[in-house]
Design a protein around this ligand. Structure first.
Ligand SMILES: *Cc1c(COP(=O)(O)O)cnc(C)c1O
Length: 313
């Protein structure tokens, strides 16, 4: 699946040149960054001929929905291990069910042991399982967003524009790591700003940097990229996390309503709504309203519907 997601300008009241790249419009299983990553994971699964896909995520996970869908499409078994603490029914979990994924929930501190035990069990039963880290973390996931960065470059060239800033929701940091690697390999100097949706610094930023290092190790020519350049290019803001993962606040809800009314664009309070709100705060605070800014809409359409009940009627 080779797709270029749409990029277009929003008629924003806080920034003159605000563009959005709609990763939520990747035409597979409600799209999103997890779909872009999953395509590359399944290239690997197809190449290796694995017969069982194992992954990790909560009942809210966009990643698990897409993995369940791609496994079902191939007739592969899919096992999802999730934390019992976050296992309430959602549209994503309903889709996982319909797609035939087997879902096991255990307390979060037993997750790692359960994954290891299940994979061992599958091997003993003659299966050839392939494990995908939660959220599609790892070099394969990173590579998906190196490719996305190239798409952004193509858009810039074709439209004679150069973005000064790129904003996105950062969770495991893989998406951000891919974009930063893309930028480092091109030798660009945009500011790529990850708005943390949960993790605090220094850990949040350290995880992004680790992913960048891991990826560049595999890349020929990495020798030219110095550690201080990696440090300088990794901006991870942890002041817009609201009350933590999945928790919104009034301002985020207002941002979501506004984006629906003004742009006809769905945002959710776990990821894109939080990031969009954080971006607006940051633009106002740093007086960036005359900069050329790209917001990456990383997906999560089913979460938007989960939250409809909270919206004004
Ligand atoms: C998972 C997810 C993110 C975060 O992506 P990471 O690569 O884990 O940082 C952002 N937005 C949405 C909608 C997601 O599902």
């Amino acid at each position: 699946m080779e797709v270029r997601t749409p990029v277009y300008k929003l008629n924003s009241d806080f920034c003159k040149d605000l563009y959005v790249k709609r990763e939520d419009m990747i035409p597979y299983s409600f799209g999103g960054n997890k779909a872009r990553k999953a395509v590359l994971f399944f290239d690997e699964i197809d190449r290796l001929g694995a017969d069982y896909v194992v992954t990790y995520g909560s009942s809210h996970s966009n990643h698990c929905r897409v993995i369940a869908n791609m496994a079902a499409q191939r007739g592969l078994k899919c096992l999802i291990i999730g934390p019992s603490e976050v296992s309430d029914p959602t549209y994503n979990s309903k889709l996982m069910d319909i797609l035939g994924a087997e879902i096991i929930t255990v307390p979060v501190d037993e997750v790692k042991g359960t994954i290891d035990a299940k994979i061992e069990e599958l091997r003993k039963a003659g299966h050839d399982p392939y494990f995908i880290m939660g959220g599609g973390h790892g070099n394969i996931g990173t590579r998906a967003y190196v490719q996305c960065y190239r798409e952004i470059k193509e858009f810039e060239k074709e439209n004679s524009i150069s973005f000064d800033y790129i904003f996105l929701a950062s969770g495991t940091g893989t998406t951000q790591a891919g974009l930063v690697c893309g930028q480092l390999l091109e030798g660009d100097d945009k500011k790529i700003i990850g708005i943390s949706i949960a993790r605090k610094n220094p850990r949040g930023r350290d995880v992004v940097i680790e992913s960048i290092r891991d990826y560049l190790k595999e890349e020929p020519g990495r020798g030219q990229i110095a550690e201080d350049v990696i440090q300088e290019n990794t901006i991870f803001l942890d002041e817009y996390t609201g009350d933590g993962y999945g928790r919104d606040n009034k301002e985020i809800t207002k941002t979501i309503e506004k984006a629906l009314v003004n742009y006809g664009m769905p945002l959710d309070c776990t990821y894109t709504g939080k990031a969009f709100w954080g971006m607006e705060q940051y633009i106002r605070r740093k007086y960036l309203s005359d900069k050329k800014i790209l917001f990456i809409h990383t997906g999560g359409t089913p979460l938007f519907f989960d939250e409809l009940d909270k919206m004004r009627r």
